[in-house]
Design a protein around this ligand. Structure first.
Ligand SMILES: Cc1ncc(C[n+]2csc(CCOP(=O)(O)OP(=O)(O)O)c2C)c(N)n1
Ligand SMILES: [Mg+2]
Length: 405
């Protein structure tokens, strides 16, 4: 595990931290370009990616690692809970393996100030990573996932509809498709209002096959909206390989159809994701319109819940009883696990001398404990009262009928 990033960390260990960080980024950008760009996308994006990560402070970089760890342990804790605690009422779609995508994107965004100031993100049916990276409170999330009255959304959202407007986390979405249309509507409102916010829509590879993807991209391009579509291509939608519904190797190629930049990044490497997201955010804030980012990534668990997983062990293998047959070989899961986003970020930061191995290990232990405490707190929270079920559905009080102002 420690040697996996030797190619990256080797240089870094011999030179000064800043020089090695630069070298690393150049090597990384070169490698990224080699695997990432095809046809006209290459012309649109090469040289535009920028080496933004080098401008981050040590504190910001450490924070990225902390976020990746928080997502990882929040979810691993809930995997174990689903396997061992029959009282747990949550049903979760785990994001483990994809942590670097949400973390890298949200590190490039403004995450405070509510809906009128923060950058906005629209999430999916696999929302934990997006919510945590945007800054949601994991205690309230854990309570919400178990439908407790003190949860982030008073226990009526669960995982599938969780949201937190105060940080610009506009919500999970159980429907595959419509999210980007709503998100481009937000981007249109932002442009009309003249604020400098940016809207990010996260979607899986499955969303490429929906009309909403193309409608959103077309309108965002036509209207030059401050909009970023992040496709998390984890190779499968439920139990179908993405090539069954997308004729191209890279979904990002679709950007060419709409005349906007499309970029492919290694979704296991938070720095690559951050670089691409930061470039897209700068472009959107400058009024130059949308970008499509495709992050190549992988989920370690099955589509839904914890079938095939064992308590205390990372990943789920073998048959998923919900699938008709084994939809992915065990060796594919294990191969992706050798490019783990936690390890890659950890090794990068150690190579850059931002943290050392002792600190990295201590951070992981502290975060694991923080998550265990959050889930223990959630377990003690009250359940929702049935008579409260119809509260918070409609606006209470008076609402003026008006078109403007
Ligand atoms: C409109 C609609 N059709 C079908 C489903 C059932 N469904 C839930 S998740 C999913 C696959 C999503 O795949 P992808 O977008 O690649 O995201 P991933 O699960 O891989 O993160 C499907 C088909 C749904 N939720 N909504
Ligand atoms: Mg997918």
């Amino acid at each position: 595990m420690a040697d996996r990033n030797d190619a990256h960390s080797h240089d870094a260990q011999r030179k000064s931290p800043s020089a090695s960080r630069r070298n690393f980024l150049q090597a990384l950008a070169g490698a990224g370009a080699a695997i990432s760009f095809s046809s006209r996308i290459a012309n649109a994006q090469q040289g535009e990616i920028g080496y933004w990560a080098k401008d981050l402070s040590d504190a910001q970089l450490t924070n990225m690692f902390s976020t990746i760890l928080k997502i990882r342990w929040y979810e691993r804790t809930l995997v174990d809970k689903m396997l061992t605690d029959s009282n747990y009422r949550g049903y979760n779609h785990f994001y483990v393996g994809q942590e670097a995508v949400a973390t890298g994107v949200c590190a490039a965004l403004k995450n405070t100030g509510g809906v009128m100031e923060a950058d906005l993100i629209y999430s999916t049916h696999r929302p934990s990573g997006h919510a945590i990276a945007k800054g949601a409170d994991i205690k309230k999330m854990a309570a919400e996932y178990d439908f407790r009255a003190t949860g982030l959304n008073k226990g009526y959202a669960g995982e599938m509809h969780i949201s937190d407007k105060s940080i610009g986390f506009m919500g999970a979405d159980g429907m595959i498709g419509p999210g980007p249309v709503i998100a481009t509507g937000s981007a249109f409102a932002i442009r009309a209002r003249g604020s400098k916010q940016v809207v990010v829509n996260f979607g899986g590879d499955g969303t490429y096959a929906t009309p909403h993807f193309h409608s959103a991209m077309n309108n965002a391009a036509l209207l030059k909206l401050p909009f970023i579509y992040v496709i998390e291509n984890n190779l499968y939608h439920q139990y179908a390989h993405y090539s069954w519904s997308c004729p191209m190797k890279d979904i990002a190629e679709a950007a060419g159809t709409y005349g906007i930049p499309g970029v492919v990044v290694d979704g296991q490497d938070v720095m690559q994701v951050y670089n691409a997201a930061k470039t897209a955010v700068e472009r959107a804030r400058a009024g130059q319109g949308p970008t499509l980012i495709e992050a190549k990534t992988y989920r370690y668990y099955n589509h839904w819940g914890a079938p095939g997983a064992k308590p205390g062990e990372l990943g789920a293998f073998g048959y998923d009883p919900l699938a008709i047959s084994s939809f992915r070989p065990e060796r594919e899961v294990r191969e992706w696990m050798t490019r783990d986003p936690v390890d890659i970020c950890r090794n990068t930061l150690i190579g850059w001398k931002v943290i050392d191995a002792t600190k990295a290990t201590a951070m992981e232990a502290a975060i694991k404990q923080e998550v265990l405490d959050a889930v223990a707190w959630a377990d003690k929270q009250p359940f929702c009262k049935p008579e409260d079920g119809l509260k918070n559905v409609f606006v209470e009080g008076s609402v003026a009928a008006r078109q403007f102002g």
